[in-house]
Ligand binder design. Structure first.
Ligand SMILES: [Fe+2]
Length: 307
């Protein structure tokens, strides 16, 4: 991929993505500085993300891919006429978000909580590291990607020195729902202050409709999205949407205030990825995501305030 490349017709939440070089580009790789902690900190401060290829052993990532596809096949989500590892979606049966693809999954845990990534975060954060006990697994078939958001609104109750790690399990071309990062969005925190201060699991105790919707029905007042239109959001905030043709072994990490989303999947292949989170063990962790039976966004996570 380069600025002179021609791209397939890409969409994000159904909107045509502007692939002009002024609006769309490639994530910068940090492979060359992967073992230089000071340089990684400078790069993270400058870019709002780190993208490192081949940090993870490819064979372990592909074993984890197999484990995900075996579970999807068992649930009837794969096309029976194609090889398992091709990950071709069943033409009629669409699998919804399926947390049981991980939680637990030994092959996935070996990749994201093994010595390569834990060692990376220990060096990067300068101390003993813990990861969240909950792992987000995405299996995205034909259709829309995810809405633009910052992770803060879902996991901001502990330390804000918390990093998301996104790992692809297979080749992910541009039309198969790759993750995209909005360039320089980590510098927009003042503008996004009210959004970043929000928490999807809170409600006002003195507003009966909020009490009903959040506490009693377990819902959200808002789903944490910044926008339903990644194209107009980019026009408003500036920067380019940045992505890559991801490969097994790659990983991408970014802090809680970097705006990201994923493009739509225009193919019959299932895009497989995980999101996992890392922080210093000595700092407080968001209680929704740790422990043997984490609350997640369920009833135990809801918090009321007098507004
Ligand atoms: Fe996210």
């Amino acid at each position: 991929m380069s600025t002179t490349a021609t791209f397939p017709a890409l969409t994000a939440l159904g909107h045509a993505v502007d692939t002009d070089p002024a609006a769309f580009g490639e994530l910068r790789t940090s492979d060359d500085i992967a073992h230089d902690v000071a340089a990684l900190h400078a790069r993270m401060a400058e870019d709002g993300y780190l993208f490192i290829r081949n940090l993870l052993p490819r064979d372990l990532v592909l074993e984890a891919r197999r484990s995900l596809l075996e579970r999807l096949a068992a649930a009837g989500g794969l096309h029976p006429d194609h090889p398992l590892m091709d990950g071709i979606a069943h033409p009629e049966k669409k699998i919804a978000f399926m947390p049981a693809l991980a939680n637990p999954n030994a092959e996935i845990e070996r990749v994201i909580y093994g010595p390569e990534l834990m060692g990376f975060y220990e060096r990067f954060l300068g101390g003993a590291v813990r990861h969240f006990d909950y792992t987000w697994v995405r299996s995205v078939g034909l259709g829309h990607g995810s809405t633009p958001h910052c992770d803060m609104v879902y996991m901001g109750r502990g330390t804000h020195r918390l990093f998301t790690c996104w790992v692809p399990y297979g080749e992910i071309p541009l039309d198969e729902s790759p993750l995209v990062i909005l360039e320089n969005s980590h510098r927009q925190s003042e503008r996004l202050k009210a959004y970043l201060a929000s928490d999807v699991d809170t409600y006002c105790e003195n507003r009966p409709h909020e009490v009903k919707k959040v506490r009693d029905e377990g819902g959200w007042l808002h789903n944490g999205s910044l926008s339903n239109n990644p194209v107009s959001l980019r026009e408003k905030l500036g920067g380019r949407w940045l992505t890559a043709q991801f490969r097994p072994g790659d990983f991408l990490t970014f802090p809680m205030n970097t705006v990201h989303a994923s493009l739509d999947n225009a193919t019959d292949r299932i895009r497989l990825s995980t999101d996992s989170r890392y922080q210093l063990a000595s700092e407080p962790a968001d209680e929704r995501w740790v422990g043997a039976n984490p609350p997640l966004h369920g009833p135990r996570a809801k918090r009321g305030f007098v507004c």
